[in-house]
Ligand binder design. Structure first.
Ligand code: SF4
Length: 449
């Protein structure tokens, strides 16, 4: 059970020395409960208390890292059931399954698909994160060969070795020994051998069971053998089971601090067809899977899943923002148009994308409105005539544009007169309401001249 603030307080030195940065030990205890402070901040806590508190203040879902270097994927560390309670911490990873029964050429082409999956969306790089190498052949030599092909083609890619055969798993995992792989397939028969492999190759173990009860018994046994880093699979393969099991696991970990299920969940979707598989993956993204192994990836599917993941794992309390400044789109000159918008990331990327589509080199003034979109910022009094005029004056953009014309979003047409009053010598033009009207808007200006 998690300790309460008062229980934690009783274990602290109670000197109120403030070395932790909080005015009292009680204030620090409350921050520990909310997981907004680290116990390391108190230098005077006793070893006994540290042991008790260390466990109590650890996140209910154990943090795990898959892979190493700049492709490493963090997972777990979650502290809430619902995103609006605080935020979800580590986005789930997507892995593509590659069977060791495939030919070398087919393995290479699957790896290529993974490497080419990266897209840029609202300034973030999104991609298929890992490969799950499946020992479908049940043959050690074939698994080893497939692992060699993958490590040669994509040496930095995080890998999940899926085999219940410790000998085969070792033949593959030794190729990724320094890359923090996952060895998936630990069951009650092979657990001792798999634990030895995990210790030798510093790997995380993927524990699989038939049902939640067997799963929690098994993780306790693996832990007793000396392994803490695990991902867990309850054996759920149907949509209903994935939803039920994942919810049960997360609820047990967060609400009851039930350690045997306090690990990131790995989910395998089965490709009946790509649409069904995408729907199963959606359930995993929305409901608590930390790794989703897909049996195939297509660009439309990736785009939908990446977008969903990005939205769910965005902190709802922190609007996504871009820097306030005058952006150049293309190579504008002193006669180029100057548009203005707010610094909400999505607004910026959509507006700048449409200006790019129009092929009219332009300046885009992006004003800091604390990450709010145009209408919300206007309603909140952050995108007003005075503030816009002040920003334009202070930005120095006057030195870049000859025509002194400012194009404002159609949604705030009401501000045009007031901005002109405050910006001496400037003309304000009302642009389209929606960004997708920008290319037609620019075309109509050209045809009028
Ligand atoms: Fe209390 Fe430790 Fe903070 Fe000092 S540093 S106020 S003893 S919690």
């Amino acid at each position: 059970m998690a300790l309460t603030g008062v229980e934690i307080f009783k274990l602290l030195p109670k000197t109120n020395c403030k070395k932790c940065g909080f005015p009292t030990c009680l204030a620090f205890a409350m921050k520990l409960v909310q997981r907004q402070a680290s116990l390391d901040a108190c230098p005077d806590v006793s070893e006994e208390a540290r042991q008790k508190l260390g466990e109590a203040s650890a996140p209910p879902v154990r943090p795990i890292t898959l892979g190493a270097g700049d492709r490493a994927v963090k997972m777990g560390e979650e502290t809430v059931l619902f995103r609006h309670d605080k935020r979800f911490v580590n986005p789930c990873a997507f892995a593509l399954e590659i069977k060791d029964t495939l030919s070398e050429a087919d393995i290479n082409s699957k790896v290529e698909e993974v490497l080419n999956s990266e897209i840029d969306r609202v300034g973030q790089k999104l991609r298929i994160d890992a490969i799950a190498l499946m020992n479908d052949s049940n043959d050690t030599g074939r698994l080893e060969f497939a692992a060699k092909v993958i490590s040669a083609k994509a040496p930095g890619i995080p890998v999940i070795i899926c085999s219940a055969n410790p000998q085969a798993a070792e033949a593959a995992v030794k190729l990724f020994g320094d890359k923090k792989p996952i060895i998936y397939g630990v069951n009650s028969e092979n657990k001792e051998a798999m634990v030895n492999l995990a210790k030798t190759y510093k790997a995380t173990l993927g524990v699989v069971a038939k049902g939640l009860e067997e799963l929690s018994n098994l993780t306790e046994k693996v832990k007793a053998l000396g392994i803490e880093d695990m991902v867990i699979d309850s054996g759920a393969r149907k949509a209903k089971e994935i939803l039920e099991h994942n919810t049960f696991i997360r609820r047990a970990a967060i609400k009851k601090n039930y350690k045997p299920l306090g690990y990131p969940v790995i989910t395998f979707t089965k490709r009946q067809d790509s649409l069904v598989e995408a729907m199963m993956a959606v359930i995993g993204v929305a409901k608590y899977s930390s790794i989703i192994v897909l049996s195939g990836i297509e660009k439309w599917e990736n785009l939908a899943l990446f977008t969903l993941r990005q939205n769910i794992y965005t902190d709802p309390q922190v609007p996504m923002q871009v820097e306030q400044k005058i952006y150049k789109i293309g190579e504008p000159n002193p006669d180029s148009p100057l548009c203005i918008t707010t610094n909400f990331s999505l607004t910026y990327f959509i507006v700048s994308g449409e200006i790019e589509n129009s092929k009219v080199p332009s300046y885009l003034a992006v004003m800091d409105c604390e990450g709010l979109s145009v209408l919300t910022a206007w309603a909140a009094g952050k995108f007003t005539a005075s503030k816009i005029a002040q920003f334009i004056k202070e930005s120095g953009v006057e030195n870049n544009v000859k025509n002194r014309e400012l194009i404002i979003p159609g949604y705030v047409a009401i501000l045009s007169g007031a901005i002109e009053d405050k910006l001496d010598g400037w003309k304000v033009t009302v642009g389209p309401r929606e960004a997708n009207g920008i290319p037609a808007f620019f075309r109509s200006r050209v045809s009028q001249t």
